[in-house]
Design a protein around this ligand. Structure first.
Ligand code: FEO
Ligand code: CA
Ligand code: CA
Ligand code: CA
Length: 568
């Protein structure tokens, strides 16, 4: 950048170059430290837990889980709490004795079930930086067998009932917890994304009624699960429990301040491959939740509550009593939120929530290039969504047969790089039906391509990245972007280096590189300490032997300025 550009830049650091090595880099004047790694104890009884040879099943529910993802911080009674997701297991690390990385015993399955889900933990900052408070009364693991309540308009529906739960109102576990959200009343939202992969059938010939079969097809529930749960735990066997998959794919609310509380699945927010849940308030205090469905050619949604949020007042129903909408983006840079109702979809109300994808198809939403995180600005009435990439754009329809020809916010066939769409609601009110939109950035590589794959004007040799995924907007309005893309650093992706975190100016569109992760990793999850002097960032599936030279371990790192100044 020119001297003048540097002078006027809102960024407080000198951007860093792309990196291809096995560690984390931050700008000069900043430092980082590991806060918590997969396998680190949350409780003294798990001291010495050793993942070197995969780790034992004993105490696997008392250590920090694997593959950290979305996270949020909470301040409670002067303590700093973090709730954080554990998305999925790396079988080769966790089950090294197994031939193909698949479980060979019920204990193997139990171990995988234990290391996924959510961790709630208390952390504290001392002379050596941030550490977990071992044995804190707030420390908690929530995993694939934790009891959950199912509430909202679809609770109790026939499609949610099983032999173990004939009421359709309680289930076990939360699955493939990807992105996150935080409510104005201080609870954590964890989002069930690729839940389909946990279910399979021990009887491939088992037939299902028409609705169930159509749902399995649209949501990708297949004869074989990823980890073979169905062979050891009949709950995951769709030939015996065809409704069990309907009890996953929801957004789950957790009270991080009450370790005895039962997590709640909110059916009002719809069922799909939930990325994250960005909660904002409409001008009149109604609760608005923006949500992406991360699948090629699926949709972007929002929920608007009927009731309003009043600090200190009852919040029950605010995530269930309301209307779910799907986004339609018009080519003229306008758009509408289309309500999903029996009138617009021809479906019954509860089925709209259970099979939300089908409802969105019927209502006429715009097929998107894999909507990942949505982030809303705290200083302007606008929101952003990372559309990470879509090799099927213009190539084939989505699983519902919906056309995926290039469209306004998804303009490139076989989209390898991804883009970030931004919208501004009418009347600066997130509850409004109408909005205007633009593309904040179209990722691309101007050093390789001269056409649309060069990307938008705010891509340059100094900020090359692909596949934007995680995103959060800080208290000053800057847009932090995390990537989960191709890090081979060649061909289309030459100069991209490892996955990384960048920051963008919402007004000028300038985007610069702030952090790079170790090779093989995805950077995902971002939250700030209550004093805004520390930024917590997640490193998922590092490919090298990061962070300590042995078995690679996903981990949360804490980033601070050397002068301890504000960092967001
Ligand atoms: Fe788990 Fe779409 O990322
Ligand atoms: Ca993601
Ligand atoms: Ca991704
Ligand atoms: Ca991931």
């Amino acid at each position: 950048a020119s001297a003048r550009a540097m002078e006027t830049s809102r960024f407080a650091f000198t951007p860093i170059a792309a990196q291809t090595d096995g560690t984390v880099h931050v700008p000069e004047g900043y430092g980082w430290k590991v806060l918590m790694r997969w396998g680190d104890p949350l409780f003294s009884e798990a001291d010495g837990y050793d993942i070197t040879d995969g780790g034992p099943v004993e105490n696997s529910d008392k250590v920090f889980g694997e593959n950290t993802d979305g996270m949020e911080t909470f301040s409670f009674q002067g303590r700093q709490l973090i709730a954080v997701n554990h998305e999925y297991p790396n079988e080769d690390i966790n089950l090294p004795a197994s031939q193909d990385g698949k479980p060979v015993s019920a204990d193997d399955v139990l171990k995988l079930q234990n290391i996924q889900g959510v961790t709630v933990m208390e952390i504290a900052e001392g002379p050596d930086g941030w550490n977990v408070v071992k044995d804190s009364p707030f420390n908690r693991r929530i995993h694939h067998n934790t009891p959950m309540k199912i509430v909202g308009p679809a609770a109790g529906h026939d499609l949610l009932r099983t032999e173990a739960d004939p009421t359709g109102t309680s289930s076990l576990g939360t699955f493939n917890n990807c992105g996150s959200g935080k409510t104005p009343w201080g609870t954590y939202l964890t989002c069930e994304e690729n839940f389909n992969g946990y279910f399979g059938s021990t009887d491939e010939a088992a037939s299902h009624d028409e609705k169930v079969a159509a749902g399995f097809a649209r949501y990708g529930i297949k004869a074989k699960s990823w980890n073979g749960y169905e062979g050891f735990d009949p709950r995951f066997d769709t030939s015996k429990n065809p409704n069990e998959p309907h009890r996953a794919g929801w957004i789950v609310e957790i009270d991080p301040t009450d370790p005895q509380s039962t997590p709640v699945k909110h059916t009002g927010l719809g069922r799909f491959k939930h990325e994250n849940a960005e909660v904002v308030l409409a001008r009149d205090g109604r609760v608005v939740v923006y949500m992406g469905d991360d699948e090629r050619g699926e949709y972007l949604y929002k929920f608007v509550s009927n009731g309003t949020y009043q600090p200190g007042a009852e919040t029950e129903g605010l995530l269930n009593d309301g209307t779910l909408y799907v986004a339609r983006f018009n080519d003229d840079l306008t758009g509408q939120w289309l309500p999903l109702t029996p009138e617009t979809t021809g479906m019954e109300a509860a089925e709209i929530l259970i099979f939300t994808r089908m409802a969105a198809s019927k209502a006429g939403g715009t097929t998107m290039d894999r909507p990942e995180w949505v982030a809303a600005s705290p200083v302007a009435a606008e929101a952003y969504c990372c559309l990470t990439n879509n090799k099927n754009r213009g190539v084939k329809p989505n699983a519902g047969g919906d056309d995926t020809s290039a469209n306004g916010p998804n303009p490139r066939d076989t989209n390898r790089y991804g883009q970030i769409v931004r919208w501004r609601p009418a009347d600066e009110d997130h509850a409004a039906d109408d909005f205007d939109w633009d593309l904040y950035v179209m990722a691309g590589n101007p050093t390789v391509h001269a056409d649309a794959y060069a990307g938008s004007d705010n891509m340059n040799e100094g900020n090359l990245f692909n596949s934007p995924d995680g995103m959060a907007i800080d208290s000053t309005g800057l847009v932090w972007i995390q990537t989960d893309g191709d890090d081979e650093n060649q061909g289309d992706f030459a100069g991209n280096g490892n996955n990384q975190m960048l920051v963008g100016d919402p007004v000028t569109g300038e985007i610069v590189r702030f952090m790079t992760g170790p090779n093989g990793c995805e950077v995902t999850g971002l939250a700030w300490s209550s004093d805004l002097r520390t930024m917590f960032v997640g490193i998922q599936h590092p490919g090298s032997n990061w962070p300590d030279g042995g078995t690679p371990r996903s981990a949360i790192i804490a980033i601070k300025r050397d002068d301890n100044a504000l960092i967001g």
